[in-house]
Design a protein around this ligand. Sequence first.
Ligand SMILES: C[S@@+](CC[C@H](N)C(=O)[O-])C[C@H]1O[C@@H](n2cnc3c(N)ncnc32)[C@H](O)[C@@H]1O
Length: 221
Amino acid sequence: MSLRTTRTRENPRVDADDWNARYRSADLVWSADANAFLVEEAAGLPPGTALDLGCGEGRNAIWLATNGWTVTAADFSSVAVDKARSIAAERGVTVDWHVADVVKWRPRGTFDLVVVLYVQLPEPERAAMLATATTVLAPGGTLLVVAHSLRNLEEGFGGPRDPAVLPTPDEVEAEILAAAAAGSGPGVEIERAGDVERIADTPDGPRKALDLLVRVRRGLR
Ligand SMILES: C[S@@+](CC[C@H](N)C(=O)[O-])C[C@H]1O[C@@H](n2cnc3c(N)ncnc32)[C@H](O)[C@@H]1O
């Protein structure tokens, strides 16, 4: 399936065909290990239902499923989702995989944990994706957004170089709060919003990379 979008100067979003080509270029584009911030942030949460938007080759969805979560995961790259599906099968874990554009897709039901990791979209697509992530958050649920920080352009290593796809923690926070205010149900509380450091292994040795991390909890009533 090809989920094409138009890429213009105003809309620098890389489309599904670009991502498919990238995922075809290597056995694993990303590490097989789950993201360290996800592992840290999910550690104290009782396993329930989880949604991974922009799941790539599935490292985080598979880690969650291995740790007792009932996981739904989506990515618009069919190549990535095929890889994720076969890695999950090899490891004997079940994930409900979807090939879908997370800007438009509306998953069914609500989730105790929603994760959005390194899905670097420009506006207005980012706000649409975060609105879905917020809307499907169950009462008491946690939303975790991790992304390459804008500050990497000057202070850190890696990530996209286009500022249009590098939001600040304040922007992500504002988009989530706007989505919560527009929806029904209990309000949300921002538990963490800021930049965190990660050490990236590079051919030139370890380098400091900065990631944005926003953690949100929906109230119970
Ligand atoms: C940098 S990768 C991160 C993958 C994964 N979250 C991880 O941490 O390993 C970004 C992923 O977002 C996906 N993506 C980007 N835009 C998307 C969209 N509109 N709908 C669905 N997936 C999208 C890409 O296909 C890619 O797999």
